[in-house]
Design a protein around this ligand. Sequence first.
Ligand code: NAI
Length: 266
Amino acid sequence: MHKLLDGKKGIIFGALDDKSIAWKIAEKAREAGATFTLSNAPVALRMGKINELAEQCNTKVIAADATKVDELEALVDQSVELLGGKLDFIVHSIGMSPNVRKKRHYTDLNYDYYLKTLDVSAASFHKVLQTAYKKEAMNDWGSILALSYIAAQKVFPDYGDMADAKAALESIARSFGYHFGVRNKVRVNTVSQSPTATTAGSGVTGFDRFFDYADKMSPLGNASAESCAEFCISLLADHSKMITMQNLFHDGGFSNMGMNPALLDG
Ligand code: NAI
């Protein structure tokens, strides 16, 4: 890969294991010449393999629960110090729904879990943005990304309350994109990715059938985590600096399909 991110500094949230989309983004960002810190929730670090990734990327892991503003503040401060300057990019690749995990149907949600879903999977993005904004931690013309899913626009019944979280996430990208754009020319976008076999993805009921359906429906097939990472690198690079407040589908064409004869043929 070209050194598209030469000299750029950032934070990448959400690498749990080598299947994680954030893991692939970190690998590609490193290849592209970026330096960055890695972050994940303390519980994920204990379970984790993320230290292996940190070693591979010659960097450090800084624990932060993305729902806790004080932890995010410490993370941003430490990252700026460690990297030797303000940030050029942030990747938010975080999602979790206790309702989905515990197979609570959308018509039978536990509302404590629901608030947790919205906090972890959507409000955390606002918290990350607001922390970076208030601390003036981003360089002008920086880029901030979060990962989304098409259940924000269309109904995928098994996606449960994560659909509501993704709709909020995409709205936050637009709303904060305005403010960050006006002040710092920083762009804020979401990437709406195909179903991908990761810990979060596979937790959705019927994931395999879901995955196969999307794969057959999409003229290019499902996008892999690796190709998603490549796309994300292009959105962090200067080549995409006028793209902001967008939800960009990285889904092999799925989002614009109505019917694919391949599915009728079985
Ligand atoms: P993953 O399970 O590897 O990553 C999810 C990450 O969120 C984990 O690293 C987890 O530790 C982290 N996380 C959970 N709670 C947290 C908290 N309180 N603070 C900080 N981090 C926390 O799964 P994947 O698939 O790589 O997920 C990354 C993003 O991609 C998520 O936003 C997910 O919704 C999105 N996405 C995934 C798709 C899929 O089919 N796998 C499809 C479209 C979007």
